[in-house]
Design a protein around this ligand. Structure first.
Ligand code: KIV
Length: 266
């Protein structure tokens, strides 16, 4: 068992203490991030972009995810590990079971799926079989071709209503955590209040129960040279990567990150 469990995260939410999450894709950075105090390491399918150089997460395979999850597990020092099920790895229930099992056997403690209320059935069935699920709502990068780009979600009232309903439905189905990406800060605050499970935000304001950033972004590294609005470069003024990661964790815990300028309005 990791030192940080689902119970720890629930307790942090109840106490109003923030959860710090960072992506990690290999043993060395997993060790650095967990030693810097990250509660959760996310083996994100963002690895398709930041490690593999693709322009989306769609080319990432389950084998890629299992390989990187196993590496993260070897370096991890007590954080909870979440691994992304990549594009089309949960298109059917059979695929969902087999691919979730592969990631759990590689070292994940939870899997993350992108979607909406249609995830209720797979989430319920996975939870019944001992696999906790984080449901990723809002901007879901695997659906970039449906969404028409990497855009803020939930700005229109109908979209916001749908997001609120999806969050409730997925909590009821048994989701252990929600992740909200690029949604207006006020809407994210409302959703966080309305569910009992921890809600992690990225580009979702400071009122969520925790924050996540892609490690490369918070270290100021970018293949495109353009950082999204919700990113802060924590390397600035820091002597080392370890210190930058510790500064990120502290800023999340102190609620000095994200600042208003990192969020989106409705
Ligand atoms: O793949 C990933 O790293 C993610 C984060 C951006 C939340 O899903």
């Amino acid at each position: 068992m990791p030192d940080v469990t689902l119970t720890t995260l629930q307790e942090l939410k109840q106490k109003g203490e923030k959860i710090a999450m960072l992506t990690a894709y290999d043993a060395t950075f997993a060790q650095a991030a967990s030693q810097a105090g990250a509660d959760v390491l996310l083996v994100g399918d963002s690895l398709g972009m930041v490690l593999q150089g693709h322009d989306s997460t769609l080319p990432v395979s389950v084998a890629d995810m299992a390989y990187h999850t196993a590496a993260v597990k070897r370096g991890n020092q007590g954080a909870l590990i979440i691994a992304d099920l990549p594009f089309m790895a949960y298109a059917t229930l059979e695929q969902t079971f087999a691919n979730s099992a592969a990631l759990m056997q590689a070292g994940a403690h939870m899997v993350k799926l992108e979607g909406a209320a249609w995830l209720a059935e797979p989430i319920r069935l996975l939870a019944e079989r001992g696999i906790p699920v984080c449901a990723h709502l809002g901007l879901t990068p695997q659906a970039v071709n449906i969404l028409g780009g990497y855009k803020v979600q939930g700005r229109q009232e109908a979209q916001a209503r749908q997001l609120r309903a999806d969050a409730m439905a997925l909590e009821q189905a048994g989701a252990a955590m929600l992740l909200l990406e690029c949604v207006p800060s006020e809407l994210a605050a409302e959703i966080t209040q309305s569910v009992k499970i921890p809600v992690i935000g990225i580009g979702a304001g400071s009122a969520t129960d925790g924050q996540v950033l892609v490690m490369h972004d918070m270290l100021g590294l970018s293949l495109t040279g353009r950082a999204p609005k919700f990113v802060k470069n924590f390397m600035e003024g820091q002597p080392s990567i370890q210190a930058a990661m510790a500064a990120y964790v502290k800023a999340v815990k102190d609620v000095t990150f994200p600042a208003a300028e990192h969020g989106f309005s409705a």
